[in-house]
Write a protein that binds this ligand. Structure first.
Ligand code: FE2
Ligand code: FE2
Length: 360
């Protein structure tokens, strides 16, 4: 079993657990810096010891051990994914970039502010101070490495936590549009499909990471609490202003692209040695149709980052449209198919979203 669990109990264990998650999240928040160049300039290192705690653990070797195994039944051979994933070319995935859409309207500014507040809240809750990290790095890089360095374990905790909340907005928005369509007895014009597909895709990210690490009870508790609040908040927010929620998700996805870009960079720089020989789990190979020879952890991160860039684009685009009348440009057929237009794969990438006048 690749995962480790600590066998401590009582208040001391709880205290240790809290310290561990704070440490982990400190690291996480260092990569969640703003879309516009607020990266921590701390070099990341591998910690010598593998933390043993109750939150989550990462693989210790290139071996994948199953945290949840596919159920076998007497008659069913396989249950393939409901939404087949579009095929991404390797060059297209490598060309995904960190980007930021300027907040132009009041609704945009509110959405961006909400993302910033959430990040500030996470930083505050975990005691992470970006400025302090940068200042410490200038004075004592070694101490900064020890305090703020990201490891495979910390990244994995971040990925599991973030993916577990990332799957909520699309499902809430899709459900509300579904109900709206029935209530008003009007067509939805294709939005529901993309929104549900997005949340499905996020859940596949989560399942993939769960194949590689076993979450402990504290992380599970965190996810449960976050989901309870998050789901309800999004429900009411989408009823009030769907446009603002799409913009908000667009900004969140900008952060997701930053996070995975950092992981790829750290992997390339040799700062995540445990991931170097790690292979993607079968669930990922099947879902993304990963070709032979391109099934490493790095490849997996490229696929997931490309998905996040697509969510970023889709939500910024949906935020530009008339929420009631406009068709979903991602499932529409165009009169001039030869002209670049929104699509499900990475052919035409528009990190800041398509403007309404160009596509409707
Ligand atoms: Fe994701
Ligand atoms: Fe996402």
């Amino acid at each position: 079993m690749i995962s480790a669990r600590v066998a401590t109990h009582g208040p001391r264990a709880l205290r240790q657990a809290s310290t561990q998650v704070l440490k982990a999240l400190n690291g996480l928040s260092s990569s969640g810096a703003g879309p516009r160049s607020t990266f921590v300039s701390v070099h990341l290192v591998q910690l010598n010891s593998t933390p043993r705690h109750q939150f989550s653990t990462s693989p210790k070797s290139s071996r994948i051990d199953e945290f949840f195994v596919e159920k076998e039944t007497q008659r069913v051979r396989k249950t393939p994914p409901a939404w087949p994933h579009p095929v991404y070319s390797y060059d297209d995935m490598e060309s995904v970039v960190v980007a930021h859409r300027e907040a132009k309207t009041r609704s945009d500014k509110f959405a961006l502010l909400a993302v910033k507040v959430l990040r500030w809240g996470l930083d505050f809750a975990t005691g992470y101070k970006h400025e302090k990290a940068v200042a410490l790095n200038e004075k004592d890089p070694e101490a900064a490495k020890k305090k703020y360095a990201m490891t495979e374990e910390k990244y994995m905790i971040r990925n599991v936590f973030l993916e577990s909340v990332a799957g909520v907005p699309g499902m809430v928005a899709g459900m509300l549009r579904h109900l709206h369509s029935m209530r008003r007895m009007k067509r939805d014009n294709g939005w529901i499909e993309s929104l549900l597909e997005e949340s499905y895709n996020e859940r596949m990210h989560l399942l993939t990471f769960l194949k590689m690490s076993e979450p402990g009870w504290f992380l599970r508790f965190l996810v449960l609490g976050a989901q309870g609040v998050w789901c309800n908040a999004l429900f009411f927010a989408y009823l009030l202003s769907p446009r603002t929620v799409h913009r908000f998700v667009g900004y969140l996805e900008e952060e997701a692209v930053i996070t995975y870009t950092r992981q790829i960079k750290d992997l390339d720089a040799g700062r995540l040695p445990k991931w170097e020989k790690l292979q993607a789990p079968q669930i990922a190979i099947d879902y993304w149709k990963m070709p032979e020879g391109h099934r490493s952890m790095r490849d997996l991160l490229l696929y997931i980052r490309a998905d996040e860039s697509k969510h970023r684009e889709v939500n910024h685009t949906l935020g530009n449209l008339n929420q009631i009348e406009d068709p979903n440009p991602y499932v529409s057929e165009y009169k001039d198919e030869g002209k670049p237009h929104p699509c499900k794969d990475l052919r035409y990438q528009k990190p800041t979203g398509w403007e309404r006048n160009d596509i409707i």
